[in-house]
Design a protein around this ligand. Structure first.
Ligand code: FA5
Length: 345
């Protein structure tokens, strides 16, 4: 029996040394130490031995079992270490390889211009207002002193949904809506938004573009307040050395009305191809709110006054970034848009 044990031990050791995986090693363990294995069989057969032989053989079987178990554990540790090494090699990363560039987006140049203008006006105490793009004829025209049949409507033809509903042609209807809402209270708002016109697309015109409306209503609001505000806008958008010029103009909802020019950023006012040799570039329309518009919205035009302006956002962005065609803002061409990565601030 002792001889048999030694042989089993030898066999088990050889097989476990030959195992090349944890699976194989487990098979060896089950084969030699499992419930149906030869060592357990030997233990079961101890009953047939004489009482003197039994403790001696019991101790021997246990020694063999403990030894084989210890060797199995040692081998398992070796195999586990090997498996980890193999896994690490398989998953190893070559840190010297050049990284893959992650393409990040950036804000659209128009969004940037609008946010910059919003920041300026918010810092001057303005609130940001909103209005619908699908607008009532009443707010787009009538409440702005443009009754049906008024010739100035022709300059702003648009897409009609019904007789009374249209795609707004400017952000000015938000003036009328806000006045109606504030019911005689002072107002200081700006409203950026999308507008639509039946204009043929060319380098400086689009059938859809962005405007930023401004409206201030209160006591003692004068033309000088409008001028000072627009001066601050021109300096913020184009630099401290820029100046503005107000030219008489006509809008049915303001009286007096003006077109506002900014001194040319390229030539500084001496005349060049950008400013068509005038030294000035037009950026917006503005004026003092017409008394009829105030009265229609429930304000007492004898007690309060106000100014309003409407900026073409694309016009500002084109001048600021030297863009030569308004259509670049809408074609989503990455060659154009990616140029604004560098100037993102
Ligand atoms: C208006 O839309 C007036 N609502 C502005 C206003 C507001 C005046 C408040 C007085 C008081 P105008 O049609 O001029 O005005 O348009 C204002 C600006 O929008 C223009 O200076 C120009 O920059 C821009 N704009 C006008 N038409 C187009 C177009 N088709 N494509 C791109 N920009 C345009």
């Amino acid at each position: 029996m002792e001889q048999q044990l030694k042989q089993l031990e030898q066999e088990a050791l050889e097989k476990l040394q030959a195992a090349t995986s944890l699976k194989e090693l487990n098979e060896v363990r089950v084969a030699y130490l499992g419930k149906k294995g030869p060592i357990t069989d030997l233990l079961k057969g101890m009953g047939k031995l004489s009482p003197e032989e039994r403790p001696k053989m019991g101790a021997l079987v246990n020694t063999v079992r403990e030894y084989v178990t210890a060797e199995l554990e040692k081998k398992a540790a070796v195999l586990e270490e090997q498996a980890i090494q193999e896994q690490l090699e398989k998953e190893s990363v070559d840190v010297t390889l050049p990284g893959r560039k992650i393409k990040t987006g950036n804000r659209h140049p128009l969004t940037r211009v609008i946010e910059e203008i919003e920041d300026l006006f918010v810092s001057m105490g303005y609130e940001i207002a909103e209005g619908p793009e699908v607008e009532k004829d009443y707010y787009n025209f009538e409440a702005l002193n443009l009754p049906k049949g008024h010739p100035a409507r022709d300059m702003q033809d648009t897409f009609y949904i019904t007789e009374e509903t249209l795609l707004r042609t400017h952000t000015s209807p938000v003036q009328a809506r806000t006045m109606e809402l504030k019911k005689g209270e002072p107002i200081r708002i700006i409203c950026p938004g999308k507008v639509f016109r039946r204009d043929n697309d060319d380098a400086t015109h689009s059938h859809q573009f962005m405007q930023i409306e401004g409206l201030v209503i209160g006591e003692n609001i004068h033309m000088s307040d409008l001028k000072g505000t627009l001066d601050a806008l021109a300096k913020k958008m184009f630099g401290e050395e820029r100046e503005i010029r107000l030219r008489p103009s006509f809008f049915p909802f303001t009286e007096p009305s003006v077109e506002v020019d900014v001194s040319c950023h390229k030539c500084g006012g001496s005349g060049c191809n950008v400013c068509k040799h005038t030294g000035w570039i037009e950026i917006l329309g503005a004026g003092m709110v017409h008394p009829n518009v105030l009265e229609m919205a429930g304000y007492d035009s004898k007690k309060v006054s106000g100014f309003a302006f409407g900026i073409g956002a694309e016009r500002i962005a084109m001048l600021k970034y030297g863009v030569d065609d308004i259509r670049h803002f809408y074609t989503n061409d990455n060659r154009f848009l990616s140029q604004f990565h560098r100037t993102e601030g």
